[in-house]
Design a protein around this ligand. Structure first.
Ligand code: S3P
Length: 441
């Protein structure tokens, strides 16, 4: 690995490797870490969180709740939090604009919560977040009685929210989005009457599980969820599992390098998140899920991965939903598979931290992988187990692009220079050090 600093935060060059070997524990789950702060802050009593992810996105969530008067002690060396909950009605009006940085999850779920508070607030974020669609949360929240103003008729940040008493609604979400669902659940626990949310397909269900853990009245039937206004949530002790979305980079890295055997310990294996395991198995990946257990209402397991001869596959939108954040690393797996892999039904990927379809199409091309961008996905001509040339790519400020392309460098002739490499801090601080520790040259 080589580091070069420049005005964009510098580049890192990842060199080829024979394999990934040994054991690692990846940092805590990003989605669960966000929610632990949110629910801990509005619960009664103390919430202790172990295994908290110190990603920049999660630090944005901590900042937002501190700004609303919550005392959150962050023991960084132990990756833990002690949150002194202010109770369901205890948040204070923030004295300044809330800056959500790069975090869509912070923004959207918080918009639901803020809509129901008896105060005024403004939320904004970085250049990428300010372009991402917010109408999907603003529109149903407005139906619940929220008063939200924003750029482009409430489509974009900054959003100015005049909180008030909301009323429950029955709402069918147009997209399967956990951020949207969670925003409405947050509003729903404050609203008069019942809030019923139905999704076209089931998105990640960490909010529902955590609401149960904190003692909320919530009913789930297939893809629909009912909540009622909640008098109190109970603070608790909880442990955040390792993030399967972070583990995914190492799963694919180990598979594409020729002599790997890697054990990834303590990974969250919630079925709404394990699409990557199913997809890699479908492609012929050697992967075992062992030592399955449950911690704080979430399934957890260890994952053993070995070098694999991957085959191309056709991957549908339905298969991709529980692997929605894994699109970039699935593209890398496809690049080293035998044959043409197609991914479709992935239009949502165009409105993530970057347009991930366009950016992956361009990045793969730059390192020698032929592909065709489609409106709702991509077709990738796999190399099989051979090496790619290598070269240099730009992360576009997107953490998952940087980490995916870093893994593709393991099977390159001359390595890959990743510009904008610091973006990895959004979800996986120390990513390049983790990689160096298990790399066999
Ligand atoms: C998340 C939901 C997903 C995912 C994001 C985290 C969450 O976004 O892509 O990284 O924690 O709720 P969408 O709700 O936009 O699908």
């Amino acid at each position: 690995m080589e580091n070069k600093k420049n005005i964009f935060g510098g580049s890192v060059t990842v060199l080829p490797a024979k394999g990934l070997k040994g054991e690692i524990t990846v940092p805590g789950d990003k989605s669960i870490s966000h929610r632990s702060v949110m629910f801990g802050s509005i619960a009664d009593g103390i919430t202790e969180v172990a295994g908290f992810l110190e990603g920049e996105d999660n630090l944005s969530t901590i900042g937002a709740f501190r700004a609303m008067g919550v005392d959150i002690e962050h023991l960084k060396d132990r990756h833990s939090l002690i949150i002194k909950g202010r109770g369901i009605n205890g948040l204070k009006e923030p004295g300044d604009v809330i800056d959500a940085g790069n975090s869509g999850t912070t923004t959207r779920i918080l918009t639901g919560l803020l809509s129901a508070q008896p105060f005024f607030s403004v939320i904004t974020g970085d250049a990428s977040l300010r372009q991402r669609p917010m109408k999907r949360v603003v529109e149903p929240l407005t139906r619940m009685g929220a008063v939200i103003a924003g750029r482009n008729g409430g489509s974009n940040l900054p959003l100015a929210i005049s909180g008030r008493k909301l009323k429950g609604i029955d709402y069918k979400t147009p997209v399967a989005s956990a951020q949207l669902k969670s925003a409405l659940l947050m509003a729903g626990i404050y609203a008069d009457g019942e809030t019923v949310i139905e999704e076209p397909e089931k998105s990640r269900d960490h909010t529902e599980r955590m609401l149960k853990l904190f003692g909320a009245d919530i009913k789930i039937e297939k893809n629909s969820i009912r909540v009622r206004s909640t008098k109190a949530l109970n603070g608790c002790k909880m442990k955040v599992p390792g993030d399967i979305s972070s583990a995914a980079f190492f799963m694919v890295g180990a598979m594409i390098a020729p002599s790997s055997e890697l054990l990834i310990k303590g990974v969250g294996t919630n079925p709404t998140r394990t699409g990557i395991i199913e997809i890699l198995k479908k492609m012929g990946g050697s992967l075992e899920v062992i030592n399955q257990r449950e911690e704080s209402g979430e399934p957890v397991a260890d994952i053993l991965v070995r070098s694999s001869k991957l085959n191309a596959a056709d991957i549908s939108g339905e298969e991709l939903l529980p692997a929605i954040d894994e699109f970039p690393i699935i593209c890398v797996a496809a690049a080293f598979a035998e044959g043409i892999t197609t991914i479709s039904g992935a239009r949502e990927l165009r409105v993530k931290e970057s347009d991930r379809i366009a950016v992956m199409a361009d990045s793969l091309l730059r390192v020698g992988i032929v592909n065709r961008e489609k409106d709702d996905g991509i077709a990738i001509e796999g190399r099989g187990t051979g090496e790619i040339e290598g070269g240099s790519i730009e992360s576009h400020g997107d953490h998952r692009i940087a980490m995916s392309m870093a893994m593709s460098a393991l099977r390159s002739k001359r390595g890959i220079e990743i510009d904008g490499a610091a973006s990895v801090d959004v979800s996986f601080p120390g990513f390049f050090d983790y990689l160096e520790k298990v790399k066999v040259i």
